[in-house]
Structures are given as C-alpha cells and as structure tokens.
Design a protein around this ligand. Structure first.
Ligand code: DGL
Length: 283
C-alpha cells in the first residue's frame, strides 16, 4: 500500500516534499491532473468530478490514503466525496481507504487550536485584531472556507481572501520570474489597497504559490509570517497515521509521479523548487 498525493498539477509537490521528508520510508504516488489544470476557475461540480477521478486512479494504483494537496479540491470536493462517494467506493474496494485535505491542518496552524476545539466566546473588547490574508484561487476564495472556519474559532483574527485567477496557470506553464513576480506584486497590492494596510500574517492558500513563496515574501512587508501549509499538513498526516494503522503507508520508500497530461520532465521552475530533475509517467 502507499500514500497518494493529488493536485491539479505541480503545486501539490510542495506538500509532497514535506510529506516525504517527514515519512521517508513510506511509499508515495503523486498524481497531477495536468490535462485539466488549473481547477481554480472551474465550476464546483467539475472540481468534484475531477477530484473523484483522481482519487479513484490513486486507489487503483494502491494508495490506502489520498491527500488532496490542493486547496481548491479540499475546499470544493472533499466533504462532498466523503459524504456521497467514499463509503460506497470503500465497500467496492473491500479495504480501508480514506481521503484527507489540507485546509483543516492549515486552519489548525493559523488558529493555534485543534479542529475539534470547543469555542468559548468571551464578551468584551478585542484588544488586538490579527489580520490574516489568504492568497488563493477564485474557487477557494468563493467557498469562503478560511473565513468561515477561522471565524468560528477565533474572534481576534480577521480573514481576507485575495483570489489570484491566473497565478496557478502561470506557474503550471513555467512562466518567467519577471511575469510571475509582477502578478504576485499585483495581488499583494490589491489586498493592501482593499484593507488599507498589509495583513499581519498570510497563508499561501494554493499549493502552487509555495513554489513562488520568495516572491510573496519580497512583495509583503519584510518578516510577514507565512503559515507554512506543507509543514502543517505533514504534522497532521504523521499524527493521523500514528492513530490509524489501518491505512498502510508502505515501507520501501518508493516514489512514483504520474500525470494525466504530457509525461516527461517538468519545467525549470518546478525543478528549481524540487532541487533535481523530475520526470512524470503517464497516469
Ligand atoms: N494547487 C491548487 C490549490 O491549492 C489548485 C490550483 C488550480 O488548479 O487552480 O488550490
């Protein structure tokens, strides 16, 4: 058995990297749905359908646990698939399988609270408001998942999402540094203009954006903390596997990279992030 990692494209590699560092002896299969990337501007039902097909492909390839290393799929498809599709698919496969997303661990990291925390609302004045910016795809921004879930847990954190409609596609195509930095600066500036100030902290709420995290750091005021979604996810998955031995992660340290798009090497931007050439096989 193995751990499956799914994204619309190369963004999930940022999460995969952290997972592999944390669980070096586990077997991993990464699936990039590059035939259909980017997901962030697609209607919800399409995102649900594509995510389900990706999970099916990974379970067929031997995954016991699939991590949706994609905010868009986690925000739009995860709950729907867990409620309507996964129970039947589990029965059909006749073995324990599960799908987990990356938004829960990210919200736990952003709030400093476990997901199941009982929220105690204390009356009174909020001394200091912590302004949290989320840079994400339009689908994730429209879902308002970060606003809703953080708001339930923390009175003193104000969340503002900034949709970046073209950024994941540009990263997927391996656009040049100048073009990417210009788009990143435009969105950081748009959020600043909307709020009248920069956020105190930020989340790169699309896994593709972690590949250009240095551009966000350069565009935001120096030292603005970025909540690191890949690390938060690796913490959560390590803890989850320790509690759920039924999801067997393998022990040979194998790595497979599959794409629904064109097989072969990825472009320089991905290789620079990955630190080595990276070839994908046909899914
Ligand atoms: N990397 C994905 C995310 O975290 C998807 C980007 C896209 O396909 O639009 O949202």
């Amino acid at each position: 058995m193995s751990i499956g990692v799914f994204d619309s494209g190369v963004g999930g590699l940022t999460v995969h990297h952290a997972l592999v560092d944390r669980l070096p002896s586990a077997d991993f299969i990464y699936l990039a749905d590059q035939a259909n990337t980017p997901y962030g501007g697609r209607p919800g039902p399409e995102i649900v359908d594509l995510t389900r097909k990706g999970c099916e492909r990974l379970f067929d390839a031997g995954a016991s646990l699939v991590i949706l290393a994609c905010n868009t799929a986690s925000a739009i498809a995860l709950r729907r698939l867990q409620q309507t599709w996964l129970p039947g698919h589990r029965r059909a496969l006749g073995r324990p399988v599960n799908v987990l997303g990356i938004i829960v661990p990210t919200i736990e990291a952003a709030t400093g609270l476990p997901w199941q925390h009982e929220v105690e609302r204390k009356p009174g004045k909020i001394e200091q408001l912590d302004v949290l910016g989320i840079f994400c795809t339009p689908a994730t921004a429209n879902s308002r998942v970060y606003e809703i879930e953080i708001d339930k847990r923390r009175d003193d954190v104000a969340v503002f999402s900034e949709p970046c409609p073209t950024l994941a596609g540009l990263i997927e195509r391996g656009a040049g540094a100048v073009e990417l930095a210009t788009v990143v600066e435009k969105h950081v500036d748009a959020l600043r203009a909307r709020l009248g100030r920069h956020p105190d902290r930020a989340i790169l709420g699309c896994t593709h954006y972690e590949i250009v995290a240095d551009m966000f750091r350069a565009a935001l005021p120096p030292g603005t903390p970025l909540i690191h979604q890949p690390r938060a996810t690796a913490d959560a998955i390590e803890a989850y596997l320790a509690k759920h031995p039924e999801y067997e992660p393998g022990r040979d340290g194998t790595r497979r990279f599959l794409t629904t798009g064109t097989p072969g090497p990825q472009h320089g931007l991905v290789e620079a992030f990955w630190g080595a050439p990276l070839g994908f096989d046909a899914a």
